[in-house]
Design a protein. Structure first.
Length: 216
């Protein structure tokens, strides 16, 4: 990669991870430093269902955001988030004590959302006429990307093939790293890197004017 290409990569693609970020700092705090979270998990395991409210309130916004980034429908995203928390609660006995709760609930909601995508693909010929207008309306229900650059990049990501779009959003928008995305989707890190590499190439083509050097 040339020096200018590397500069463009840094100036256009990497800052998206900050521009699009919807999560709060608490989402990135290691669970081992969150004693309240650990106490809540222990209490839930001991039968105190009310303590689960802490985990729901801490992670709900991020979980909805992840689901929406995959299914692109606010109503479905909210339903998936609720389903993910129910599933996590029902299987809490299998949760390893001392582990962070975030990666676990993120993996659950990602798998549920990917199942929705697969069902849509099987019946796409029946749903295309209705799904896209609904998706456009649903965008108003969640935080919007502001600015012309943000709008264009968001549209460029949306134009990617399904798994490239999902991986690009999990990486650029949600700021998960390759290993985290691999764990969430069940794909290998190599596959994640491949999807991301292809997505980057297509984003560069779609946003070619942003890469033009005015001095050339």
């Amino acid at each position: 990669m040339s020096s200018r290409a590397e500069t463009v990569e840094g100036l256009v693609l990497e800052p998206l991870r900050l521009m699009f970020a919807l999560k709060s700092e608490v989402d990135r705090t290691p669970a081992e430093t969150d004693r309240i979270e650990q106490r809540a998990i222990a209490a839930v395991k001991s039968g105190d269902a009310a303590s689960y409210d802490y985990l729901v309130s801490k992670y709900m916004k991020r979980v909805v955001s992840i689901a929406w980034g995959i299914v692109r429908n606010a109503h479905d995203a909210e339903d998936l988030a609720q389903e993910a928390f129910v599933k996590a609660f029902q299987t809490i006995a299998r949760f390893k004590t001392g582990e962070p709760f975030g990666p676990w609930i993120y993996r659950i909601v990602t798998n549920l959302a990917l199942d929705v995508v697969k069902r849509r693909q099987r019946f796409r010929h029946e749903e295309l006429s209705d799904a896209q207008p609904a998706d456009r309306r649903d965008r108003a229900d969640l935080p919007a990307v502001t600015g012309e650059l943000g709008r264009r990049i968001d549209e460029a990501i949306e134009s990617l093939p399904e798994m490239q779009r999902i991986v690009a959003r999990l990486y650029l928008v949600e700021q998960f790293d390759h290993a985290e995305i691999a764990a969430m989707t069940g794909l290998s890190e190599g596959t994640i890197r491949s999807h991301l590499s292809l997505a980057r190439g297509k984003l560069k083509t779609r946003l070619a004017d942003l890469y033009e050097d005015p001095h050339e």
